[in-house]
Design a protein around this ligand. Structure first.
Ligand code: ARG
Length: 437
């Protein structure tokens, strides 16, 4: 075991060490490279205020980069020997560079160190999620264009309501994802502040070049107050999960629609075979397991949000409880990314059964069209409504296609405003910059 804070009179108990650290070390594997990156910036900052010489800085940075490589290729394992990624990095630097490694921690605490690694991780994953969400929206819009005039029943209360189109359904899901892309961009702006250089939560008696370090790490601003940094832990995680959770609500709705439309009762959707599995006992079955597992991803993120929110019932400043926000957070983020990658593929992974969808539009569903037509002839809407309700049989000779071309309100079937949605997508794409890692 390698313990940073070991000094005379302290003892370490194996079982208690494992209780406190073993799961945390696993979560820290996701943060390790971000910590290396931030540690190099911290080292250069110490150089700028004269605490390390130029050659110390370059020796340390070269060793940090080597450690990052050793970690990436599996030569260095972050495991239970260590309390966390932070102490592991310092230990390794000291093991290879001796006394120089022992100088690195001047002016910082693990409390701001963990946060800077988490912020870099959050920003990186938000950009990735945002890119996937934009790609999902793009694919949905392409498909909406291709099938814009394909009739499909529109439901409310899961009851047949009015004729609609595949284009309207697909573009509707695309626009929801565009909202979620915005949510990721907002969350990114919110967490884009540098906590490094606030130490344990009360600053240090050194004129640290905090702004320089922040700029080097490409943060938009400094998080100024050291205690505000500690009090943001968990809260920022919730902001990120709020944005990702929004995307997973879209995924869940899309998956729900698909699994419903794929039932024999609907018969609107057939999946590409890789999106289905068989049953171990029922030879006839093809099950939509992929969409079902996509549907449940949102539950995991919601669970993580609850766990984090409960953990935050704390006074100001660092408390070790805060560590317990890390593992659920990282797991939820990684689950979201995996779900988004699969959703990207899913958009083109099913066929719509045009004839079945058209045949499910029955004559009663033209009632609203008829009532609105009477309004354009000067009848008050409530009177038109009653008149049409009295004689639904008169609607038998209408076709879904006629209904769709007449639905000209902006955004509706005859005018899906796909250009507007494409323009919004165009502004969203590349608005967040990938991190250098
Ligand atoms: N693993 C710890 C966490 O995530 C790192 C910070 C430890 N700080 C401390 N004062 N023990 O919170």
């Amino acid at each position: 075991m390698t313990i940073l804070w070991k000094k005379d009179g302290t003892s370490v108990d194996d079982a208690l060490h494992r209780f406190m650290n073993s799961r945390d070390v696993e979560a820290d594997r996701e943060l390790f490279l971000f910590d290396i990156h931030a540690t190099a910036a911290h080292v250069r900052g110490l150089g700028r205020i004269g605490l390390l010489s130029d050659s110390d800085v370059s020796t340390l940075c070269a060793e940090l980069s080597r450690l990052g490589d050793r970690f990436s290729n599996g030569e260095f394992l972050l495991d239970e020997r260590f309390e966390d990624a932070h102490s592991a990095i310092e230990f390794e630097l000291t093991a290879t560079l001796g006394e120089l490694g022992r100088r690195v921690h001047a002016g910082r605490s693990r409390n701001d160190q963990v946060q800077v690694a988490l912020r870099l991780y959050m920003k990186d994953r938000l950009v990735r999620a945002h890119d996937h969400i934009c790609d999902i929206a793009k694919r949905l819009l392409t498909r909406a264009e291709r099938e814009h005039d394909v009739p499909m029943p529109g439901y409310t209360h899961l009851q047949r309501a009015v004729p609609s189109s595949a284009g309207l359904w697909l573009a509707g899901i695309a626009e929801s994802f565009l909202d979620s892309a915005d949510a990721c961009a907002f969350a990114h702006t919110r967490v884009d502040s540098c906590p490094l250089g606030t130490a344990a939560g009360y600053g240090v008696n050194l004129r640290l070049d905090r702004q320089g370090v922040s700029t080097e790490l490409e943060f938009a601003r400094l998080q100024v107050n050291p205690l505000a940094v500690q009090n943001a832990r968990g809260k920022y995680e919730l902001a990120v999960l709020d944005a990702l959770g929004s995307a997973l609500l879209d995924v869940r709705r899309f998956a729900w629609d698909l699994s419903l439309f794929a039932t024999s009762e609907f018969g609107f959707v057939t999946f590409a075979s890789e999106f289905t599995t068989g049953s171990s006992i029922m030879p006839n079955k093809r099950n939509p397991d992929v969409v079902e597992l996509l549907r449940t991803s949102s539950a995991e993120v919601e669970g993580a949000r609850t766990q984090i929110a409960q953990t935050l019932s704390l006074p100001s400043g660092y408390q070790r409880d805060l560590q317990a926000t890390k593992a659920p957070f990282i797991r939820a983020v990684e689950t979201t990314l995996a779900a988004l990658v699969v959703t990207e593929r899913l958009v083109d992974g099913f066929a719509l059964q045009h004839e079945r969808m058209r045949a499910a539009i029955d004559a009663d569903m033209f009632a609203t069209d008829r009532a609105v037509e009477l309004v354009t002839n000067g009848v008050a809407f409530r009177d038109a409504y009653l008149k049409v309700a009295r004689d639904l049989g008169a609607l038998w000779d209408r076709t879904p296609e006629e209904s769709l071309v007449a639905r000209v309100s902006p955004g509706a079937c005859a005018d899906l405003c796909l250009d507007e949605l494409q323009a919004r997508l165009g502004l969203a794409i590349n608005r967040l910059k990938r991190s250098p890692l």
